[in-house]
Design a protein around this ligand. Structure first.
Ligand SMILES: [Mn+2]
Length: 297
């Protein structure tokens, strides 16, 4: 059996959607495969995307061959994967291109692109099977492209990602999916605010210009969250008396930065050249945490 799999610790929507869509593509070509993973699905796989198209209940055995998606760093492979039985790898994380090219040649496709989902869409096209793609599968791939490219604002975004997304929009006749997808993600974050902050916090002394505690949330529209300043204050103060929280609002491509007090604020104003409104710093276009850190260094 061919077993498609992803990273062992958690699955995000890109790995999840790509695995399901690739299994369905192989099926359309008359090749049977299974999508096997024991990893936890993260918040990017929203409830409305959970359907009959999901992981398979299949027990792997020593005769199985593996296709690994959205991953090429061996240390994150699931324990059941035998490296010598890997027949294909598709990924967009840099670092292991040479290793896999020397091992499996052109069956390793590792390239700088916004999402693996984009590559899977292109594979359907190459096989002339895009019009046979199931609508649930197309929607999964759309969510994956949106999530991994931060609605096409992340630096890794390419024209290929935008092209693939447009083709899926046409295929399922859905032209407002970005707001639907990110709004549902947002609802989860708002309903589980502490958990969401806790799951994406960086505690580290990186620079004189930044507090040691640096949180980040990515949502569609920051308005409601900005009204929850007191609650956010409470959550963040539990970590340290000096902190900042970068709330990336995708609909207007802005960062709203909350902070513990004047000393943090003054450093940030100087570093980022941003304005303050009602005790919140605003930076347009939005900056990712890794970009802010890069600037501080
Ligand atoms: Mn990915």
């Amino acid at each position: 059996m061919i077993v498609i799999t992803v990273g062992k610790s958690y699955i995000d929507i890109d790995g999840y959607a790509s695995s399901i869509a690739y299994r369905e593509l192989l099926r359309l070509k008359g090749i049977e495969s299974k999508f096997v993973s024991n990893a936890t699905v993260n918040y990017s796989i929203i409830d409305s995307l959970k359907s009959n198209y999901t992981v398979d209940n299949y027990l792997v055995n020593s005769n199985d061959k593996y296709i690994v998606l959205d991953l090429s760093d061996k240390s994150y492979f699931p324990d059941f994967v035998d490296e010598n039985n890997i027949i294909e790898i598709i990924d967009h994380h840099p670092g292991y291109e040479d290793y896999w090219n020397s091992k499996i040649g052109c069956n390793a496709l590792i390239e700088p692109i916004g999402s693996v989902a984009t590559i899977i869409v292109e594979k359907y096209e190459q096989d002339n099977l895009l019009d046979k793609m199931n609508k649930d599968v197309a929607m999964l791939l759309m969510a994956a492209i949106l999530d991994n490219t931060l609605n096409f604002t992340a630096n890794i975004t390419t024209e290929r990602d935008k092209e693939a997304y447009k083709k899926l929009e046409v295929l399922i006749n859905e032209y407002d999916y970005a707001s639907k997808y990110f709004s549902e993600c947002q609802k989860y974050i708002e309903d589980n605010l502490k958990e969401s902050i806790d799951n994406d916090i960086k505690i580290q002394k990186v620079s004189e210009h930044l507090p040691n505690v640096f949180g980040q949330l990515t949502i569609w529209n920051a308005d409601d969250l900005l009204r929850q300043k007191d609650l956010i204050n409470q959550i963040m103060s539990n970590y340290n008396n000096e902190w900042m929280l970068n709330i990336i609002s995708l609909n207007n491509n802005s960062s709203y930065i909350m902070y513990s007090g004047d000393s943090v604020k003054n450093k940030l104003v100087e570093l980022l050249d941003c304005k303050e409104e009602n005790g919140i710093l605003i930076k347009t276009p939005a900056m990712l945490r890794k970009e802010i850190i890069k600037k501080a260094l």
